[in-house]
Design a protein around this ligand. Structure first.
Ligand code: ADE
Ligand code: ZN
Length: 329
């Protein structure tokens, strides 16, 4: 049996990974009413245990995670704790993503200052743990292209602290074509591009993300299996696929683990990896996805190793640092 490469997660929303303890503490600190006063009372309001009807209902669960971000210190704390949690999962390299406006919304914070606080929190976490972190800034499609301009500006204010640009939120109602100019500016800023696509919309959404937004990686891409031409495009261009098994079951993107197309992606030679999406909402971590979800989706140990290799191959790191990180003891 081949040994596993060091653990790596390319797709994790830090605003979907707030600890329950932190929600309770921030709620108390800022006098924010919560639906429970103990971990046991709060958990069912935050953590999903059964599939939701769709992505929108899944995203509604973020309410209590973003609802306690009452000031910039709270944003910094959540970012730092995300890195500590990654360390506890045995992760060596992680790409954490966040939407400045989504984090700013509940308490009318300034998205640019939210971005600064997240960068600071992640740096503190990286220094304390030794985990290598890169940040991905998200434009939330659900706010529409006008508000997305403000979100982009907030990220561009801190461009050196950001590695890549992503588009997330309600894919079904807000197509990528609305954000072409935003992504051109992101590429001009030197950022890598990844886009949530083929999750709540069909395979053509993946093609738009690649051809019109310049994505070299796709978040989810589940519905690529519906179109052999799109499968060919993903293989020929070596596009990274950031698969998120439990998230896809919980959003009803797939009916269950065995129906997930990740195994098909790997058998077809696509550069697909295993990631966590929103571990706090989903009640999972990376070891769960590798050791429980992936076997449930029919992956062999060799395919799990391949998925980890694919994550290292498609990580947004320069080749020299990647080689060093990948092989360090
Ligand atoms: N934001 C957080 N999780 C998401 C998902 N699975 N799809 C789209 N946007 C998201
Ligand atoms: Zn996601």
């Amino acid at each position: 049996m081949s040994t596993r490469p060091p653990l790596i997660d390319l797709h994790r929303h830090l605003d979907g990974s707030v600890r329950l303890e932190t929600i309770l503490e921030l709620g108390r600190q800022h006098a924010i009413p919560l639906p429970g006063a103990t971990l046991e009372e709060l958990r069912p309001h935050v953590v999903i245990t059964t599939p939701q009807p769709g992505l929108i209902e899944f995203l509604a669960k973020f309410r209590w995670m973003t609802g306690v971000l009452a000031d910039y210190d709270a944003c910094r704390r959540v970012a730092r704790e995300n890195v500590e949690d990654a360390k506890n999962e045995g992760i060596r390299y992680i790409e954490l993503r966040f939407s400045p406006c989504f984090m700013a919304d509940a308490h009318n914070l300034d998205p640019s200052r939210v971005t600064a606080a997240v960068i600071e929190g992640v740096s503190e976490g990286a220094a304390a743990t030794g985990v290598r972190v890169n940040l991905i800034g998200i434009l939330t499609r659900t706010y529409g292209p006008v508000r997305a301009r403000r979100e982009l500006r907030a990220l561009l204010d801190h461009r050196a602290g950001i590695t890549a640009l992503d588009l997330a939120g309600d894919e079904g109602n807000w197509p990528a074509e609305l954000f072409i100019d935003h992504f051109r500016e992101g590429r001009d800023a030197g950022w890598e591009i990844t886009v949530h696509a083929g999750e709540a919309a069909g395979a053509s959404s993946i093609v738009t993300a690649i051809e019109k937004l310049g994505a070299t990686r796709i978040g989810h891409a589940v519905r690529a299996v519906e179109d052999p031409g799109v499968m060919d495009m993903l293989r020929e261009r070596r596009i990274g696929i950031e698969a998120n098994l439990t998230s896809n079951v919980q959003t009803s993107t797939v009916p269950d683990y065995p129906s997930h197309p990740l195994r098909q992606f790997l058998e077809a030679g696509l550069a697909a990896s295993i990631n966590t999406d929103d571990p706090g909402i989903s009640g999972i971590d990376l070891p769960h996805e590798l050791d429980v979800a992936a076997p449930a989706a029919g992956l062999s140990e060799a395919q799990i190793v391949q998925a980890l290799e694919n994550a290292w191959e498609t990580a947004f790191l320069d080749p020299e640092e990647k080689g060093f990180l990948r092989t360090a003891p």
